[in-house]
Design a protein around this ligand. Sequence first.
Ligand code: SF4
Length: 281
Amino acid sequence: MMRQINTDKVTDLVEKLCIEANCNLTDDIYTCLKDCGKKEKSVLGKSILNTLVENADIARRGTDPICQDTGMTVVFVTMGQDVHIEGGFLEDAINEGVRRGYEKGYLRKSVVKDPLDRVNTKDNTPAIIHYELVPGDKFHITVAPKGFGSENMSRLIMLKPSQGLPGIKDFVINTISEAGANPCPPIIVGIGIGGTMERAAYLSKKALLRPVNEKNSRPDLAELEAELLDSINALGIGPAGFGGTTTALSVSILTNATHIAGLPVSVNIGCHATRHAEGDL
Ligand code: SF4
C-alpha cells in the first residue's frame, strides 16, 4: 500500500530546515570547536576558535545565520518506493520551501540562474537536489546549505588504480594545502573514493553529513581518516588560516564499487560552518 504525502508538507518542512540549518550549528561541530579551542597551541588560533563558538551561540539565540554566505541549498531526499507524492511536483515543492525559508529567515540569496549570464534568481532557487530511492515508505529530507568559499577549493581526480592509497593521500593533502585559508578553516573533509566521476563527487558531498564525532564503520577507513586528519593538521594552516594545530575537525570517507581501470577520488571541503538540518515526514 502506498503512503500519500502532500507537497504542502514537503514545502513546510524544507522552509523550516533552511532556517534551522543556517542558524543552528549542529551539536557535534559546536562541541568539537569548543574542544579544539581548549587544545589549540596557537594563542591567535585559540581566540579564533572561541570566537567561532561565540558566533554559533549568537546565531542559535535568534534568527541570525551562522555565516553571511548562506550557501547554495543542497537537499538530500531519501524516499521509500512505497511513497506517493500528491498535490504537485516534488521538485517544485522543495524549491518553494527554499524560496520561503530564505525569505522568512532573511537569508542571503546567493544563486544565479545561469552560470554565464550571472543574474541572481533573488530567492536562492533552484536547489541542488539528490534523490535516493529506498525500500519501504520512509521520507527523509536533509537540507545542507553549502558556502562556496569551501566549495570552490574542492577537487576531483581520476587516479590510475596503480597509484592506490599513496596517490589518494597525496591528492587529499595537496588539495587541502593549496586551499589554505580560502575554505574558512577549521574544515571538514569529505572524501568520495570509487564509482564514476560524478558518483565520487556526490559521495564526497554526502560524507560531510556524518557527525564529526562519529567514526567510520569500516576499521581500515577509520584508520585512514585518522592518519589524514593528523597529516592535515600538521600542515599548520590553523583556524582562519592564521596558523595553528587545528586545520580540520574531521575527515569522512565514503566508497563505492568502481571500474577495473579507474580510481576516482573527490575531496569536498566543508568550512567551519558546515551546516545541515534534517527531518522526516
Ligand atoms: S566558506 Fe563557509 S564560513 Fe566561509 S564564507 Fe562560505 S559559508 Fe561562510
